[in-house]
Design a protein around this ligand. Structure first.
Ligand SMILES: [Zn+2]
Length: 196
């Protein structure tokens, strides 16, 4: 019996346990034009990637706790000091200084609105979102960037007021733990695992 690969870090080193590559059942490839003679085999393989978030790790940890973090340039020598970035940027693109992490959950609850949107009827491989996927670009007061995310409840339209929801009950620690609903959506309609 194999187990999924597990990773933690201790003394600044990866500690890994379990299987990081797994074999799956292969299948013959046969030629239907020639009496179904054998031509080869499929080779299914499953890999586990170790994906490190680096300086963005606090952002994903916060989503699992129902908080939306942003960053701000506090460098007094930067021409654009005070700029707030959502999505979370570790460094200021203007002065390249390290930004300060700030909690913008309240700003998101009060000022989020749809800048533009796109509805996708089809998706790429490994998609786990319900289709059609309603991708929205969100603007916030006092934030100089626009965030791409997805609307779980409501019909997107320009200027629609939206509020963030977070997968706090069964977090995946990915960007999918953050979603949005039209302002006024009741708590009992949220997708499974999500809270305001
Ligand atoms: Zn700066």
């Amino acid at each position: 019996m194999s187990m999924f690969g597990q990773v933690y870090v201790k003394d600044n080193k990866y500690r890994i346990k379990g299987d990081f590559h797994r074999l799956a059942q292969n299948q013959p490839i046969r030629n239907a034009d020639d009496g179904y003679k054998l031509m080869g085999v499929t080779n299914p393989r499953e890999l586990t990637h170790i994906h490190t978030y680096g300086g963005e790790a606090p952002f994903f940890e916060a989503l699992s706790k129902g908080k939306l973090l942003a960053t701000r340039c506090d460098n007094k020598n930067c021409e654009y000091k005070g700029s707030v970035y959502q999505p979370f940027r570790i460094h200021c693109p203007d002065c390249l200084g390290k930004n300060t992490i700030i909690d913008m959950t309240d700003i998101a609850r009060k000022t989020s609105r749809v800048h533009t949107f796109m509805i996708c009827q089809r998706s790429g491989a490994f998609n786990t979102l319900d289709k059609p996927i309603k991708f929205i670009n969100i603007e916030f007061d006092g934030v100089c960037t626009i965030l791409m995310s997805y609307l779980s409840i409501g019909e997107p339209k320009l200027g629609l007021k939206v509020v963030p929801i977070f997968n706090t009950l069964d977090p995946t620690y990915t960007i999918l733990d953050l979603s949005w609903v039209a302002d006024g959506t009741p708590a009992d309609q949220l997708p499974q695992g999500f809270t305001f």
